[in-house]
Design a binder for this molecule. Structure first.
Ligand code: UD1
Ligand code: UDP
Length: 386
């Protein structure tokens, strides 16, 4: 079999991290069969949202960077589609690898499917059933433009079947005869791979931040519903401040620039109060190894992130999700994630529940065996054998 050429499309922080799992698997087991190229749309461009991950996770630097930057959805996605199409026509890859649900995923799906390049969607089938979320539209459209769809959970696999995908399809697979797989989660591969390294490389962090192991809360907030609606952001941040002070519990909050911008423009006084509170540590976005270390050593997580709520499970930490719904419904059913929206009463109630002494929580293995990337690559190779 001759070597195949895959084009990775990334753009936002979590996609760069996800692609590192696939890159590592190619490097260590498939380099004689697969050539990998990476296109970065430039959706995220600040060093701490992009370059830091290429350096730390030893991913090869992007072969192409479109530099699209920030803009409204239409303008940003259109610029990406234009740039991706040029690269596709020049490079003619055998397949295009897409991750998750960002505008970069959507642009890749449209550009590749319209030019008849097979789309391979990793993290397919996740649904929030809330089409007001930009990510929900991105997921649905990307899935329906794909030839191979890798669903990370049972729920995601079932969602695809409900939308008409047929698990019994047989090769040759095409956009009109797509193949759906139930796999694990490549982010679990990453967490297993990096957990020990994070512990070794970042162990001085607790002392430098005056934190004690298992005695702080890690919080992240970046979803547009929480940053662009100042009332929601105020409700969340005031509740965090109240809990931090009442329980004398440090909260470490690496802020996405979007959240910091909203606080600076609409909630200056609250930001000042948060900065003055001795229990609250507002810090810039951190690298993946630092984040892994903080997740591993915290007591509890509060987040509106998709990736972070799952990592709470990998590291066996209870998690309060600052949204009304989640795509990772198995975590809610398991009782280790509680949905609290931006509602102070629900947040406090969830927090009080998880700080109960003697509370027993289980963290079953929902996300595969840590070798999902290898499984995905084997299946991709079969597409080109058939
Ligand atoms: C995007 C994804 C979201 C994902 C998140 C991961 C979409 C629609 N959203 O959200 O699904 O969870 O990435 O972090 O694709 N900004 C900077 N520096 C940067 C990038 C952005 O300051 O390097 C600021 C800009 O003010 C920008 C805002 O953040 O307008 C939002 O950036 P954008 O990429 O549109 O969406 P995210 O909120 O990052
Ligand atoms: N992350 C990170 N540094 C941070 C915040 C998050 O490395 O300051 C990592 C986190 O560990 C996870 C991923 O980024 O692997 C999640 O990305 P994000 O929350 O931005 O997006 P989502 O998963 O919600 O799409």
């Amino acid at each position: 079999m001759s070597k195949i050429k895959l084009l990775n499309i990334v753009g936002a922080r979590p996609q760069i991290i996800k692609s590192s799992a696939i890159s590592r698997a190619i490097r260590t087991g498939f380099s004689d069969l697969i050539t990998e190229l990476t296109l970065h749309t430039g959706q995220h461009y600040d060093r701490e949202l992009s370059e830091v991950f290429f350096d730390e996770l030893e991913i090869h630097k992007p072969d192409f960077n479109l530099g699209v930057g920030s803009a409204r959805h239409g303008r940003q996605t259109a610029a990406m589609i234009t740039g991706i199409e040029e690269v596709l026509l020049e490079e003619k890859p055998d397949g295009v690898l897409l991750y998750g649900d960002t505008n970069s995923t959507l642009a890749g799906a449209i550009a590749a499917s319209k030019q008849h390049f097979p789309v391979i969607h990793i993290e397919a089938g996740l649904r929030s059933f809330n089409k007001n979320m930009p990510e929900e539209l991105n997921r649905i459209i990307s899935d329906h433009a794909s030839t191979l769809l890798f669903a990370p959970t049972n729920a995601a696999f079932k969602n695809l079947i409900h939308e008409g995908f047929r698990p019994e399809n047989s090769p040759p697979y095409t956009i009109d005869n797509p193949k759906i797989y139930l796999t694990g989660d490549i982010m679990y591969d990453n967490s297993l791979f990096f957990a020990e390294l994070a512990e070794r490389k970042k162990s001085e962090l607790l002392e430098s931040m005056s934190l004690e192991r298992n005695k702080f809360v890690l919080a992240t907030i970046h979803r547009d519903i929480n940053t662009d609606d100042i009332r929601r952001l105020e409700a969340i941040m005031s509740t965090i401040k109240q809990l931090a002070e009442e329980y004398m519990m440090p909260f470490v909050i690496p802020f996405h620039p979007r959240t910091m911008n909203s606080l600076k423009s609409g909630l200056v006084n609250l930001l000042e109060d948060l900065r003055k509170s001795k229990h609250i540590r507002i810090i810039p976005p951190v690298s993946y190894l630092t984040m892994t270390f903080l997740e591993k050593n915290c007591f509890m997580i509060m987040t509106d992130s998709g990736g972070v709520q799952k990592e709470s499970h990998f590291f066996k930490k209870p998690c309060i999700v600052l949204r009304r719904e989640t795509e990772w419904i198995e975590l809610v059913a398991n009782g280790t994630v509680m949905l609290a929206d931006a509602n102070p009463d629900l947040i406090v109630h969830a927090f009080e529940g998880y700080v109960q002494p003697g509370i027993h929580l289980d963290y079953p293995g929902f996300y595969g065996d840590g070798k999902t990337s290898e499984f995905i690559l084997k299946e991709i190779l079969m597409l080109f054998e058939s």
